[in-house]
Design a protein around this ligand. Structure first.
Ligand code: CIZ
Ligand code: SF4
Length: 371
């Protein structure tokens, strides 16, 4: 082949914003030596928005430098590999995030998975603030990223250190059990943490008949009924705005359409909802229950993100949200685009000052010790 071919360059538009967006750049029908000779030069020409270089060789038909535009998922996968990162996603995340995550679970499952991780240098925690904080507390050697800084759980903001101090004056002998849906600074003031999956077990394990429990008063009531202990909710009426949207009336209407459906209710729902439930449990408990149950249809009263996982894990069964608009806007702030930017720019790094982390870690570890 003639090595002195004269080449003429043309600019063409492509649906890509930068060289970073392109993969599989190849010369079509061009001998290998020519391809490599041009490759570097051609790559340098990816300058403007959506512009790429095509190459014409005189005396030949039109040889075009072909490049494929990477999908967002491909870009995230490439960054994950390059940066040795893993993605952990909460059960309430958007379906497309759940589908690319290395692990999908509830807060305790995610924290456990983060602790077991040996290879990754970066953990992208696709969830809300307090969950990423817990991961950072339990994994001081890893970089924990929250894709959206504003993804905050309103329930976690409902309990402050000052409030705990005041309640402790009123009940000096009562241990403080806090739901993980609390900020690290608040966890530092509790005896032991719990999740909705293990709240009953944790409260049964403390050696006291009166327990200060926060911040969710519906979960507090569920625990009171299950343990028979005196549970003092702190604050008096802490709640999850998303779970408060479920109403028994909606379930009664759905039951007319699905009379054999099993009603699964999260303990963050109101007591009235708990009263009409066939099964009360956390998201992980709902997943287990749906798998082993012989029922074909389930009415689900928790954030709608879980429906995606339930359907994926139980293809033959039907899952209906007890209220389709029960969407947690905070969880849904995380999008694929934000996840990509988070990985690319390594933001937002979640750190907890060690004096606070040390105390909060103790409360979290105490929970993990209860098998
Ligand atoms: O513990 C969690 O992850 C929460 C907030 C809910 C659940 O039931 O999984
Ligand atoms: Fe917080 Fe409720 Fe959203 Fe969970 S679903 S993050 S408790 S607001």
């Amino acid at each position: 082949m003639n090595r002195n071919l004269v080449c003429r360059c043309e600019l063409r538009r492509l649906d890509a914003t930068s060289q970073d967006d392109l993969v599989d750049m190849t010369f079509v029908d061009l001998a290998q030596w020519t391809a490599s000779a041009f490759e570097n030069k051609a790559r340098l020409c990816f300058l403007g928005k959506g512009i790429y270089l095509s190459v014409r060789l005189e005396g030949f038909t039109n040889y075009v430098l072909k490049a494929k535009v990477m999908t967002l998922v491909e870009k995230i996968d490439r960054l994950k590999r390059d940066k040795k990162a893993i993605i952990l996603a909460h059960n309430y995340q958007r379906p497309e995030i759940q589908d690319i995550a290395d692990y999908v679970g509830d807060s305790i499952g995610l924290s456990r998975r983060a602790m077991e991780e040996k290879e990754a240098k970066i953990i992208v925690f696709s969830a809300v603030d307090f969950m990423a904080e817990s991961a950072a507390i339990l994994n001081p050697d890893k970089k924990v990223l929250l894709p959206t800084l504003g993804a905050r759980c309103p329930m976690a903001q409902m309990l402050t250190v000052e409030q705990i101090k005041r309640w402790k004056v009123l009940y000096p002998l009562a241990p403080v059990v806090l739901y993980v849906n609390t900020l690290a600074s608040v966890k530092a003031y509790c005896d032991v943490c719990c999740t909705s999956a293990n709240a009953v077990k944790v409260v049964n394990s403390v050696n006291a008949e009166t327990v200060l429990f926060g911040p969710d008063h519906n979960l507090a009531e569920y625990v009171r009924r299950k343990t028979g202990k005196t549970i003092i909710p702190i604050p008096e009426r802490g709640f999850c705005p998303t779970h408060m949207l479920f109403q028994p009336e909606d379930v009664h209407v759905l039951k007319l359409k699905y009379p054999d459906a099993i009603v699964m209710v999260h303990p963050e729902c109101t007591v009235e909802m708990q009263d009409i439930a066939d099964f009360i449990g956390s998201t992980s408990q709902m997943c287990r229950h749906a798998k082993k149950s012989n029922a074909e249809t389930f009415i689900v009263a928790t954030e709608e993100g879980i429906i995606h996982r339930l359907k994926k894990e139980n293809p033959g069964k039907q899952f209906v949200s007890a209220y389709e608009d029960a969407v947690c806007p905070n969880m849904k702030l995380n999008t694929l685009e934000r996840l990509y930017t988070s990985l690319k720019e390594e933001k937002y790094v979640i750190t907890v000052p060690e004096p606070v982390a040390k105390k909060a870690r103790k409360a979290l570890e105490k929970m993990f010790e209860l098998k």
